[in-house]
Design a protein around this ligand. Structure first.
Ligand SMILES: NC(=O)c1ccc[n+]([C@@H]2O[C@H](COP(=O)([O-])OP(=O)(O)OC[C@H]3O[C@@H](n4cnc5c(N)ncnc54)[C@H](O)[C@@H]3O)[C@@H](O)[C@H]2O)c1
Ligand SMILES: [Zn+2]
Length: 1572
């Protein structure tokens, strides 16, 4: 308990209302009973708080009543915790209870709780009997500093938070710091967000206090509470000080403006935008967390408007981050708690529109001018465009329109110099003031790490313009936790050196450096080797040669001679140079291994060390050798950091490409930064006027379009500037010869934030610019800027600031605005780059958001693939298929080895022995991984995994994201195959094949990232099927599969559950039972493996089953293992086995796996970490049958849990009553509005059928032909559709074919059959008419569903179309009409599907094989031949031979197509057999009637061409009378596969069916019916 003297009172509105102290219960009871006499005291609190704080208070309160001899009553009421209690219902409930307790007007209400209780109780007090007295006892930090003060009370309405309420002042606010003891850390931090907010907008001193104490506060906040001890005793005074300041500010502001006239609005800093996020992210993300994000966006807005200095933004970000608060929705914390929600920019803006602060339709936001100061004394009016810009993830850059500009730009401080200055100032004695410091992630990580090591203390002056560093003179100690460095490469290298100076007890207590996943593949080996050789213990904790690592040494650096390989990074050299003065002996640093890279950076380090008092001497006798004395650094009192010369290249290059003028005032010829030469060495020779003094650089560009290419330029001394040079080169075309710029010396740019050379080539292509990679550089074909294209999908920026900034320049010249994706990536070095473009270069910028699907890193898709597996498993065959399908180069590592050693492998083994052979094999593998990371597929020898080091190599390759594919097939098949082959060496010691496999099996599993098993099939079909199987496998593992995307776009979708004991049994039924389905689920728990044990099938058996299924269906597969408890057959106690099965399924590229949320979190996490491109369907079955959709807390918790992992969420409840389905619909509606993860939600049981009808996404279905229903209540697709038709969800429509004559048309049969099979209520009829005008009425009738159009109306129908597809325009004819409603109006689209029939027929026949780069033959030159040629080209055919009886017609057709179709007209009378040399036809289409014989010469030519094909070739005869045409006969003789024109017709019809209904139509039953 505290005495009155410890108590601090803060006045508000002229009254002594707020009292702050520690342990106040007794004081509160005494004061209340004395000052506010009443018959009844009522405490309202929530069930989290009551057990801790109500009981002690109640005891004291009652005692005090007794002591006073009073007659008052003490009552309490406890409500459920959480925002959902802040509602009308709870208010009414409390009021009714109070009335039932005969509470009267003299009742005193006591609100004991957080903001929820405070707001609610305050509002009850305001309205109960027209207003009664109340006091606040806030128990959360947020309530203490914010909600309890100021008298705003209220509740939420369904349409928004805090919309109903009143101003009602409490008599007292008792802020008792003791109660914080029990408040969870996340809640404390939530309150800190408001405290930071108040300080940031009102008082810089308070803000500084928060900045300087974050580390201490956070440590204490996260400490576990010890019972009997006040958790915050160590920071009690500090906490009190911070809370008091915040309360004082709030009281001051409220006193000045009680009713929110303007000033009080300033307390809403961060809230305008924060509330918009909160509206979506609540309840997963707390109020304060949303406000933190809101504050960041609002200061970015202030900066964008040119009002707030960039440093202030950096400062706020740093402060928020130091309190573990999120600074953007992309923050991992937000992703973790609410990753399943999206925050579309337009939704945010809409929410902001209802803000109470707004002035009419104009939005108002609190705009800061500096930390602690607002721009105006009220919120500022801001345009929607500016708000949209800061909220958007991407930026649309408009054209550069100024004719003449002369600007001065000071880019942010150099990162290299900032980082060096931080290290040197920290290692120095004394205080150093750094100016123009770069605020970036990199320097941030550096500062935090130096602080954690105790190397320095940092603080800010002049509103963050000056950084004050108090160095410790090299005294440091190892922190407990790892130092996290994100992807900050420089920090990692420098700190690895610095860590070596830290004395540690032993290896367990070393300094640990770690980073993000990209950091974990960046090299650091040579530096570590040098430190190890100097007596330090450095251990790699994960991947050899990269972070994380642990450094320990009892003595620090030994000193003496240190040798270092400096050909990869100069940062290794700088790292050792800077630490060397603190070694035990003077250091002589020798750079070995050839010419050191980036000498300039080494010179920079040496020059800066001199500024800090250490003179490094370069050896005069030995090359690349430096002597560093033993001494202490001395700080200069002030050090100005030069601007970053790499950053300076962007504004200077803008001048170059736009013909304007730009000056950078603090970088000139005296600069030590390599990139300072960019203007002189690159822009000047390209034709710019460059003026450079010692300290400044000015560039004037030539008139637009006159830049000259540079035949060759070595940019080794300014590698980072090559990206800028590349975009300038892209518009440098003023040359006599080829306008090519060749940039060399930049090989290191392949291992930067991304492979920058590849990235530039890839993105330049989007602008229509030709560029390519050189061994150590890039070449670019310059072109007139007027011929640049605007990239259609935006520029991908690879999370690389330089890529983003470079392309923002080229965007200035494109014909229409260009989107640069992920605009925030510039934050690494120039967070306000976009603001510079807008403010200094007058470029208009717009917020933009590109769909996420398109945002995948295009390079990672091309990572090289290594194949492992038994000899005879098919590695070479499969390698070649992959090479063809993915357009990668195939390498057989065995052959490569033989070439290299110039002898066959048998001989290698014979001569050198097995061990030496394995070693050679290992070296080669390593070389492959290092030098061919993209674009290759390599087959390795079967035994490569026998060597431990090779296995390590493969495992690491997988860890770094590479693909190691284990190729396998049934071991019996391998044995029989190998018994026929004797060319390869026998196994060591003549071991038996099965034994070898048994031994290697585990190793293959250990090394593989993926697993491909050939389906066990008849030998004859296996080859064809493998190609198809492989194509599906590759689609998934390379992330190219669009299946989830397609499902999301569909109005409805369904999947079939296959529950056969063996997939083989299902195959004959497969097509029929999957009718109308979009996916098929294999229930692994239903499979019966003869070799399985205890109900668990073997991995290989399941893999073979999936492989079999995969080559028999085109549908994506869902892999499900359900245990008995989960309603399946898998044993409940075999979770580990189920996990193994699922992981293995991911490795063989399964499309979806079903993961039960009932598995242990460890298993789920493991699956998530290994899922790669497989999609996870997280499911939960409430088998208890007790969860309710009406009060869905439990379901919501499941969604929260699932959403951290899920691509799809499936919730299954139980319906006991039809009403349960309606409640489910309400639930579905409320959650799916902002949830980006698709939801399957159904009820089990017969009563739940309606929920299956309502469910739109992937409804589980059954089929009458299946052996048993998978679950009670399951329906078939047909039943679902019938039900939907019954309830009016599917409206019957009429479909037609228009034309004349059409009485023989098979289209009505075709469509009506399909409707019937799928249970659709539609009808289709042939409508013969003499005039096209007659159909207009039909087209416009409300029940019109769509029409096919045939002769003679394919052209006349066009007059009624609102738009035409690309194909309809190309062929100049419409054969399909697709109606839709657009903005309430009927919209008719004309399409042409003539080609679709051919296309679908071919893809069915190809079965996954590819026609890419092959030759085709087209016979005939009539109308159909055009569709044939068009289709073949779309299928990738690169050469089309055209044969026809009339040559002129052939040429006419040839002329219709652009040259890239590569059509060659053959003249049957002139062709010689030599002409056909080397021709090999893979596909042919005949478009001539079968009953008319071809002229003899043409016939001969056609036959000769067919003879060049083989078993893989495909023949399609568009004629179908007779069904087997003579030409088909010829083709079959040569082994071709033949398809008939009738199939084309059916497939074409089904294509229109799909366009109209959105459903997958059944082919075979319809086909059967049509040919009847
Ligand atoms: N009136 C205003 O001026 C104003 C200002 C800001 C916020 N608010 C409102 O405040 C509400 C948020 O307040 P909040 O953040 O305090 O949330 P809250 O009241 O929901 O409390 C947060 C959680 O902490 C628990 N809790 C509270 N005190 C505890 C303690 N001492 N120990 C253990 N657990 C404890 C609660 O049960 C709850 O689960 C929102 O409704 C917001 O609109 C109002
Ligand atoms: Zn708030």
């Amino acid at each position: 308990m505290s005495s009155e003297s410890d108590l601090i009172t803060v006045p508000i509105l002229g009254k002594e209302t707020v009292k702050v102290g520690f342990g106040l219960d007794e004081y509160v009871a005494t004061e209340i009973l004395k000052e506010f006499q009443s018959s009844t005291y009522v405490v309202i609190t929530d069930s989290n708080i009551a057990p801790h704080h109500l009981e002690p208070f109640e005891r004291i309160f009652r005692d005090t009543i007794k002591k006073n001899g009073a007659q008052s009553r003490f009552l309490s009421y406890i409500i459920p915790p959480g925002e959902s209690s802040k509602c009308r219902a709870t208010k009414a409930e409390i009021e009714d209870w109070m009335l039932s307790q005969s509470c009267t007007r003299d009742t005193l209400l006591i609100a004991m709780g957080g903001g929820v209780i405070g707001d609610l109780v305050g509002y009850i007090a305001a309205t109960f009997m027209r207003g009664i007295r109340f006091v606040q006892m806030p128990t959360t930090l947020l309530a203490m500093v914010d909600s309890s003060i100021g008298g705003k009370t209220g509740i939420d309405a369904p349409l928004g938070k805090n919309l109903i309420g009143a101003f009602w002042q409490p008599l007292r606010v008792y802020v008792d710091l003791l109660v914080l003891h029990t408040l969870p850390p996340r809640q404390i931090i939530n309150g800190l967000a408001e405290i930071i907010k108040t300080a940031a907008m009102w008082n810089e001193k308070d803000f500084q206090l928060l900045e300087n104490n974050s580390a201490l506060l956070i440590e204490e906040i996260h400490k576990p509470a010890v019972s009997g001890e006040y958790k915050f005793s160590k920071i009690k005074d500090l906490l009190q000080k911070i809370i008091l300041s915040s309360i004082r500010t709030k009281c001051e502001v409220v006193t000045l403006d009680e009713r929110e006239g303007g000033l009080r609005n300033l307390l809403n800093f961060g809230h305008s935008i924060g509330h918009a996020y909160e509206a979506i992210l609540y309840p997963q993300i707390l109020h304060g967390e949303c406000v933190a994000i809101g504050m960041m966006k609002e200061v970015e807005l202030a900066r964008h408007l040119g009002i707030l200095k960039p440093n202030a933004v950096g400062r706020l970000a740093k402060c928020l981050v130091s309190y573990n608060l999120p600074v953007s929705v992309n923050d991992p914390k937000i992703k973790k708690y609410a990753g399943f929600k999206t925050c579309p920019v337009e939704n945010l803006i809409l929410t902001m529109a209802v803000d109470k602060k707004n002035q009419g339709t104009k939005k108002r936001v609190v705009i800061l001018k500096a930390i602690g100061e607002t721009y105006e004394k009220h919120a500022t009016v801001v345009s929607d465009d500016d708000i949209r810009f800061v909220l958007s993830s991407d930026v649309k850059v408009d054209n550069f329109t100024e004719n003449s500009l002369d600007v001065v730009i000071t880019p942010p401080g150099s990162k290299s110099i900032s980082n060096r200055a931080l290290v040197l100032a920290a290692l120095s004695q004394g205080t150093c003031r750094l100016t123009n410091m770069l605020h970036s992630d990199d320097t941030q990580f550096m500062m935090s790490a130096l602080e954690s090591l105790g190397a320095a203390k940092f603080s800010w002056e002049d509103n963050g313009e000056t950084l004050v560093v108090e160095g410790s003179g090299g005294k440091m100690s190892a922190p407990k936790d790892a130092l996290y460095l994100g992807n900050a490469g420089t920090a990692a290298r420098f700190l690895t050196g610095v860590s070596a100076l830290v004395p540690t007890q032993d290896k367990e207590h070393g300094v640990v450096l770690t980073g993000n996943h990209r950091m974990k593949v960046r090299p650091i080996g040579p530096l570590v080797d040098a430190l190890r050789n100097n007596g330090c213990t450095v251990e790699y904790l994960e991947k050899e040669g990269s972070l994380p690592l642990s450094t320990s040494s009892s003595t620090g650096l030994k000193g003496g001679v240190i040798e270092l390989a400096a050909t990869v990074s100069s940062q290794y050299v700088s790292s050792i140079l800077m630490c060397a003065p603190y070694a035990s002996e003077p250091v002589t640093l020798k750079l070995v291994g050839g010419k050191p890279i980036s000498q300039l950076y080494i010179d920079m380090t040496i020059a800066m060390m001199a500024s800090f008092g250490i003179i490094v001497e370069k050896s005069s006798s030995e090359e690349n050798t430096y002597h560093i004395p033993r001494a202490k650094y001395q700080s200069p009192s002030k050090y100005e950091i030069e601007s970053d010369a790499s950053s300076a290249t962007y504004p200077l290059a803008i001048a170059a490409i736009t013909g304007t003028k730009c000056t950078v005032p603090n970088i000139g010829s005296a600069s030590l930064q390599g990139d300072s030469r960019f203007a002189r060495d690159v822009l000047k020779p390209m034709g710019c006027l460059v003026e450079q003094t010692a300290n400044s650089t000015t560039v004037q560009g030539p008139p637009k379009g006159q830049l000259k290419p540079l035949e060759s330029i070595d940019m080794e001394t300014m590698t980072d500037a090559f990206l800028t040079a590349s975009v300038v080169a892209a518009v440098s075309s003023n040359a006599e010869g080829d306008p090519i710029t060749r940039i060399t010396g930049i090989a290191n740019q392949r291992v930067k934030e991304c492979n920058r050379i590849a990235a530039m080539v890839h993105e330049l292509a989007k602008f229509g610019v030709r560029a390519g990679e050189l061994e150590d550089g890039i070449y670019i074909f310059g072109q007139d800027y007027k011929t640049l294209k605007s990239p259609t999908d935006g520029v991908y920026t690879y999370d690389d600031h330089r890529v983003a900034m470079a392309f923002s320049l080229l965007a200035l010249l494109t014909p229409s605005p260009t989107v640069v994706i992920d605009k925030a990536c510039v934050e690494k070095t120039w967070p306000y780059w976009w603001d510079v473009l807008k403010q200094s270069f007058k470029v208009s910028l717009y917020g933009s958001t590109v769909e996420q699907v398109e945002q995948q890193n295009p390079l990672s898709k091309n990572a090289s693939i290594i194949l492992i597996g038994m000899r005879g498993a098919g590695k070479t065959t499969i390698g070649k298929i992959i090479s063809k399908q993915l357009n990668m180069k195939f390498i057989d590592l065995d052959e490569w080895l033989e070439d290299r050693l110039a002898m066959p492998i048998t001989q290698v083994i014979f001569k050198l022995g097995w061990d030496a052979f394995r070693l050679e094999e290992h070296k080669l593998l390593r070389e492959f991984i290092q030098e061919r990371p993209y674009g290759f597929v390599a087959a390795s020898g079967g035994g490569v995994i026998e060597m431990n080091d090779s296995r390590k190599l493969l495992e690491n390759y997988v860890k770094s994201g590479g693909i190691v594919l284990h190729v396998h097939r049934n071991i019996d098949h391998i044995v029989s195959y190998l018994s026929k082959d004797s060319s390869r060496p026998a196994y060591k010691d003549q071991e038996n094949i099965r034994d070898v496999y048994a031994r290697r099996h585990e190793w293959y599993r250990q090394c593989r990232s993926h697993y491909f098993i050939s389906p066990v099939l008849d030998e004859r079909v296996v080859e064809e099927k493998i190609e198809y199987s492989m194509s599906r496998f590759l689609e998934v593992i390379t992330g190219k599969s669009q299946s989830l995307q397609k499902l999301k776009e569909k109005k409805r979708s369904a999947f079939l559950t296959l529950n056969f004991p063996d997939v083989q049994q299902a195959l004959p039924l497969l097509n029929d039972v999957t009718l109308g389905c979009d996916a098929v689920e294999i229930r692994v728990d239903h499979l019966k493996d003869p070799k399985g044990k205890n109900g668990v099938p073997t991995l290989d058996f399941v893999a073979e089953q999936v492989a079999l299924l995969r080559c028999h269906t085109h549908l994506p597969i869902i892999f499900t293992v359900r245990t008995k408890k989960q309603g399946g057959l898998f044993p409940d106690d075999k979770e580990a086995d189920a996990l193994e099965l699922i992981l293995s399924a991911i490795r063989y590229g399964i499309d979806y796996v079903d993961v039960e949320l009932g598995w242990s979190i460890e298993s789920i996490t493991k699956i998530f970490e290994h899922k790669r491109n497989t999609k996870l369907l997280m499911s939960w079955h409430d088998l208890s049958g007790t969860w309710s959709w009406a009060s869905p807390q439990e379901w919501m918790q499941m969604i929260d849990l699932a959403s951290s992992f899920a691509d799809i969420i499936k919730l299954v409840g139980t319906a006991k009553d039809i009403k349960d389905n309606l409640e489910l619909e309400n639930f579905r509606k409320s959650v799916t509005s902002t949830m980006k993860i698709p939801l399957i939600a159904i009820n089990m049981g017969g009563k739940g059928q309606l929920s299956r009808v309502f469910n739109k996404f992937l409804t589980p279905v059954t089929h009458p032909d299946l052996p048993s229903k998978a679950a009670p209540g399951q329906l078939s697709v047909k039943q679902l559709n019938e039900a939907l038709a019954l309830i009016g969800e599917i409206v019957p429509k009429n479909f037609y074919v228009f034309g004349k004559p059409i009485s023989h048309s098979r289209s009505p049969v075709l469509h009506n059959t399909a409707y019937k099979l799928l249970g659709l209520p539609h009808s289709y009829e042939a409508y013969e008419t003499d005039t096209v005008e007659e159909v207009e009425g039909i087209l416009r009738s409300p029940d019109f569903g769509g029409a096919n159009v045939t002769i003679p109306y394919k052209l006349p129908i066009m007059q009624y179309m609102d738009d035409l597809s690309h194909e309809a325009r190309f062929f100049g004819a419409v054969n399909t009409v697709i109606p839709s409603m657009k903005e309430g109006k009927l919209h008719l689209r004309g399409d042409n599907t003539d080609w679709r029939g051919i296309y679908d027929t071919f893809t069915a026949a190809l079965d996954g094989m590819s026609l890419a780069e092959s030759s085709a033959l087209v016979i005939g030159a009539g109308g159909t031949s055009r569709a044939a040629i068009y289709t073949l080209h779309r299928l990738g055919v690169s050469q089309i031979y055209l044969v026809n009886r009339t040559l002129a017609n052939s040429y006419a057709v040839q002329n219709v197509f652009p040259p890239e179709y590569n059509i060659k007209v053959l003249d049957a009378d002139k062709v010689t057999s030599e002409d056909l040399n080397g021709v090999s036809i893979a596909s042919a289409i005949s478009t001539v009637p079968a009953d008319k014989a071809l002229p003899e010469s043409v016939d001969r030519l056609v036959k000769a061409l067919i003879a060049t094909g083989d078993r893989q070739s495909i023949f399609l005869d568009m004629a179908y009378k007779p069904l087997h045409t003579p030409l088909m006969g010829v083709a079959s003789e040569h082994g071709w596969r033949c398809s008939s024109g009738l199939e084309v017709l059916v497939r074409q019809g089904l294509a229109s069916f799909q366009m109209w209904t959105g459903m997958n139509p059944p082919f075979s039953p319809v086909y059967k019916k049509v040919i009847e």
